[in-house]
Design a protein around this ligand. Sequence first.
Ligand SMILES: [Zn+2]
Length: 209
Amino acid sequence: MLLASLCLVGSAHATTLPVEPYAQYDAQSTCSPAAKKGTVALGRYLVRTYGGRFGRIGEPCTGRSVSEHKEGRAFDWMVSSRRKAQRARAYQFLRAAFATGPSGQPAELARRMGIMYVIFNDHIYASYDHFAPRPYRSEGCASLRKCSATLRHLNHVHISLTRAGAAASTSWYVGRVPGAVYVPPAPDPVVPPAGPGPYGGDPSNPWHH
Ligand SMILES: [Zn+2]
């Protein structure tokens, strides 16, 4: 009974909670490699829904590389870009994640999941770039030809989550993850209005640039 009502709440929330804004880049800054519950939930969902294998979340905090794996908020989804069926599944998820969703917002699913960026098959899709595909080459590679399949992300999809997504506090996790506490997204930053006034468009105004 309780489970049923929780599920009901979850499905209702999926479409009625506001879509999170596009996340900014928030780099790894602490050592906390234990897998966070949102990251685990997303990884399980991907394997269950699309197949592939459950890869790595946490990573030892050695070396100088900055990685969300060191904060337990990155997931390596083991699907190969070199195998047609697996590649198709990876792109099936990316299309779904970046599609315009039921509430009319672009990349609704990715934003609700708290995805910060995805790297797969020599491309990066970043929230702070509205998930437009951009060519990607690891800093560790002088050229793609000399770069390993792992660093080129040919053998896995890397997904970094925001701190909120990893904590399962964005809208997608509500009703899916036991104990998830939803935190409403902060409003978009306030932009000073154009027009007359200290920040406005009057050329005689000393504040005008
Ligand atoms: Zn990774």
